[in-house]
Write a protein that binds this ligand. Structure first.
Ligand code: C2E
Ligand code: CA
Ligand code: CA
Length: 789
């Protein structure tokens, strides 16, 4: 463990005490025995925490004399000033895997009260341990505290016995000062420091009752007292109520028109040797056990009175000399109060900074930053209870106009009222935040109810009156509900925001639920995009080949290459499943280049085998129109001979050709220059004008299969097909009909003068080896009977 300064001093104090590794002593044995018996537990210990171990000065029910400090429960205990309780270590994440829990002595229950050495450092604990979970009540706590304080008294007694006897009083005092300082420095609450000082003051003076308080003042009001520590007189039923009342009010004494408060007014030490007959007595609060003698000592910092100490019922009475002797301790008390105030001021300053950082100054609502924290907590809790969280993103309609027309003060007033109205229509555990501008967010717990959403909009529609204005405004709201929408806080807000825009589009003053279905398809898209990246790298993409036959020469003209994905889990996947998703992503280009490379390699093989086939490939619009296309094509072709290039046909969708005609023209020309043909795919779906058609440098037209497939039953389609055929003939373009599924359609197309045909009638797309076999067995007469292959 990192040894802090305080820890170093603590270890030094422990060393001075000289208790480590000493034999058991009956005075401590007795206490641990009592503890074990009283609580009826397996183990009771007086532990001492050394640098790296916890050592047991006294142990009942525990075999080992020490354990490593790293597993010591007591190390947690000495971090606090009160009893440290673990009611079931097995379910406590800090301890569930602790070897003392999983193995001997199988700790389940632990309660440990820190024990301080005479100068105030916490050296160890008095603790009890059991192997079953247990509950601990208030009385149990008190007993443990008392037993621990007996140990402290014992430590103090032996310490005193070992030091100089003549100056007991002085050494007492200086140790009390040390102790006060140490306790103050090492405690996490100053209440403990005040308690310590009070108990020292009582002990030093032999007083029965007492208090230490801080003197405070509101502006010009009379001073009042804030108690830091007071003798607990709650042991009798009559006084219990009074003590509790004081405690409830934050231990504030503001009625000090009596002898207790007198030093605050005079700034002087007040001594009374018989309060009952003292004329300065005033009205003392009733119910206190009788007070006979009293000393009130003001505490100063510089010349400002900042504290008051009251002590009562010293047997020998009080004297000014006593007050003088206490002076060094009083100074310490003064310093401590002063420091506490500084600390508090700092703390308050911090708090106001925090307020500014977390809350919207205009409406007082949590701001975006705070909302994020609250929202995350809300989601966490929803998970725990398996509940819902509705996220409502609200944007006011026409707020800017109000601001522009009436000025910012009116705008501000509107925002403030709306904040209030929204707050008043949600429950206390719901969250309303302002994100800035006229955007609000409401986070609702376990409601997904149209009426509640409508109520929020209604709250916004409440007419707002400000000065002589009456302002009517409405809001548009988008809602998404967790966990149906299983996103993180950030994304949920974005989704609700998106839905809010839909509400604006739907005419404002309404709400829209986030469209989960289209969201999921977007998510699916993202998943596919990621997977396609892997597919390219892992070689899961493959080209299938569908034959194209010539009606004029009755031969196999070539193939169209169609991509397939051998998906590791989903099997053979068609392009319809993934191509649209990757369009306009970097993968569109990678897939395009893969297809081009494959096709060129294939054409080279064909050429080596003296096979005169053409090969058509499909180009995605974004790749074809993108900035890299011409370079990509040129580099794929490399120094391919002309006859190979001339057999490559690039299929570009007619719709793509209509997109950016200038760029399309350029690219078509570039293809020409590189010696490859272009085919206008799915022709007829894009409605090219005759003029454009004339200008497009395409050598081939592919009638869309939707017209071909039912041209015999559908007269319109029949007409379209005839028109396209005659059109392409007049412009001298090659014509391909795809989607031929029957001999009848084929016959009709031949009759109309179509050049080439493609479709299931001949064959479905096939892997390369099958396509080659198919080609090898092709003859015009068995063109449609090769399917069995
Ligand atoms: P497409 O270019 O119109 O390709 C023809 C599609 O119709 C192919 O579907 C083919 O299997 C199918 N088909 C062929 N003959 C018939 C028939 O007689 N009846 C019916 N019902 N269908 C027939 P596939 O292979 O699923 O491809 C779908 C689309 O995906 C293609 O339509 C093309 O636009 C695109 N595509 C395919 N491969 C690629 C590629 O490598 N790159 C790009 N960018 N797009 C591709
Ligand atoms: Ca095609
Ligand atoms: Ca097509």
């Amino acid at each position: 463990m990192a040894t802090t300064n305080i820890e170093k001093r603590r270890l030094a104090a422990l060393d001075r005490l000289g208790i480590l590794d000493t034999p058991p002593e009956e005075r401590f044995e007795r206490l641990t025995r009592i503890a074990r018996q009283y609580y009826d537990v397996k183990i009771a210990l007086f532990t001492v925490l050394d640098n790296e171990r916890q050592w047991f000065k006294s142990r009942q029910g525990m075999d080992t004399p020490e354990t490593p400090r790293s597993v010591a429960f007591c190390d947690y205990a000495i971090q606090q000033d009160k009893v440290f309780l673990v009611s079931d270590a097995a379910v406590d994440p800090r301890f569930s895997s602790n070897p003392l829990v999983t193995g001997e002595p199988f700790i389940r229950f632990y309660a440990g009260m820190p024990v301080r050495e005479p100068s105030g450092f916490k050296i160890g604990t008095l603790c009890i341990i059991d192997d079953k979970p247990r509950q601990f009540n208030e009385i149990d706590l008190n007993v443990l505290r008392s037993l621990a304080s007996i140990i402290e008294d014992e430590l103090e007694r032996s310490y005193l016995a070992a030091t100089d006897h003549d100056y007991v009083h002085v050494s007492h005092l200086s140790r009390a000062i040390h102790r006060a300082q140490n306790v103050f420095l090492t405690s996490d609450n100053d209440r403990a420091a005040f308690e310590q000082m009070l108990s020292d003051l009582l002990a030093l003076t032999g007083s029965q009752f007492g208090f230490i308080g801080e003197v405070l003042r509101h502006e010009d009001q009379p001073p009042y007292l804030k108690i830091g520590a007071i003798t607990n007189i709650a042991w009798s039923p009559e006084t219990q109520a009074m003590y509790q009342e004081v405690e409830r009010r934050g231990l504030i004494f503001d009625r000090l028109d009596n002898i207790l408060g007198l030093p605050m007014l005079t700034g002087e030490v007040i001594i009374s040797s018989d309060i009952a007959s003292d004329p300065r007595r005033g009205s003392l609060p009733g119910g206190h056990p009788p007070i006979s003698t009293y000393i009130g000592i003001p505490v100063f910092s510089g010349d400002k009175q900042i504290g008051l100490i009251g002590l009562a019922n010293r047997l020998d009475g009080y004297s000014t000399r006593l007050a003088e002797e206490l002076e060094p301790l009083l100074q310490t008390v003064g310093n401590l109060i002063e420091r506490k105030r500084l600390y508090q001021e700092k703390h308050e300053h911090q708090k106001s900074l925090e307020q500014a950082a977390n809350f919207d100054a205009l409406t007082g609502l949590p701001n975006r930053r705070r909302l994020t924290a609250l929202f995350e907590q809300e989601l966490f809790e929803a998970n725990q209870r398996r509940g819902l969280v509705s996220v409502c993103f609200i944007d006011l309609d026409g707020f800017k106009e109000i601001n522009d027309k009436h000025g910012h003060s009116v705008g501000d007033a509107v925002l403030k009222s709306i904040a209030q109205n929204l707050l008043s229509c949600v429950r206390s555990h719901d969250i309303v935040a302002r994100l800035g501008g006229d955007e609000f967010v409401a986070i609702l717990r376990d409601v997904d109810d149209a009426r509640v959403y409508a109520r929020l909009l209604e709250a916004i529609r409440q007419p707002i009156s400000y000065r002589h204005y009456i302002i009517n405004i409405s809001g548009s709201m988008g809602v998404t509900v967790y966990p149906d929408d299983d996103s993180d806080a950030d994304l949920l807000l974005r989704h609700a925001d998106q839905a809010m825009y839909a509400a604006k589009e739907a005419g404002r003053n309404t709400y829209t639920l986030f469209d989960l279905d289209s969201h999921f398809s977007r998510k699916e898209r993202v998943r596919i995009i990621e997977q396609v990246g892997d597919a390219i790298r892992l070689g899961e993409l493959e080209l299938y080949y569908q034959p194209k036959v010539s009606f004029t020469r009755h031969c196999l003209e070539g193939f169209e290459a169609l991509i397939r994905w051998n998906h590791p889990r989903e099997g053979l996947v068609s392009p319809g499943y993934f191509l649209d998703h990757i369009e306009y992503t970097e993968h569109a280009r990678s897939v395009g280049n893969f297809v081009l490379c494959e096709a060129v390699a294939r054409l080279q093989e064909f050429s080596q085998n003296q096979l005169p086939y053409t090969l058509s490939v499909n180009l995605s619009p974004s790749h074809f129109l993108g900035p890299d296309f011409r370079n990509d094509l040129a580099s794929v072709l490399g120094n391919c001979p002309r006859d190979i290039r001339s057999r490559l046909i690039l299929e570009v969708l007619e719709t793509t050709a209509l997109d950016d005609t200038h760029r399309v023209m350029e690219n078509l020309q570039a293809c020409r220059d590189l010696g490859v043909d272009v085919s206008l795919d799915d022709f007829g779906t894009g409605y090219s004008s005759l003029d454009l058609f004339r200008r497009l440098q395409a050598q081939e037209i592919k009638i869309d299969q939707s017209f071909v497939m039912d041209m015999l039953e559908n007269a319109d389609n029949n007409m379209i097909v005839s028109a396209i055929i005659s059109l392409s003939r007049s412009f001298g373009r090659r014509l391909v009909a795809e989607g031929i599924e029957s001999a009848a359609v084929e016959a009709k197309l031949i009759e109309l003068g179509c050049d080439l045909g493609q479709g299931f009638f001949y064959s479905r797309p096939m892997p390369l080896d099958k396509a080659m076999k198919w080609a090898g067995s092709f003859s015009w007469d068995n063109r449609s009977r090769l399917a069995e292959l």
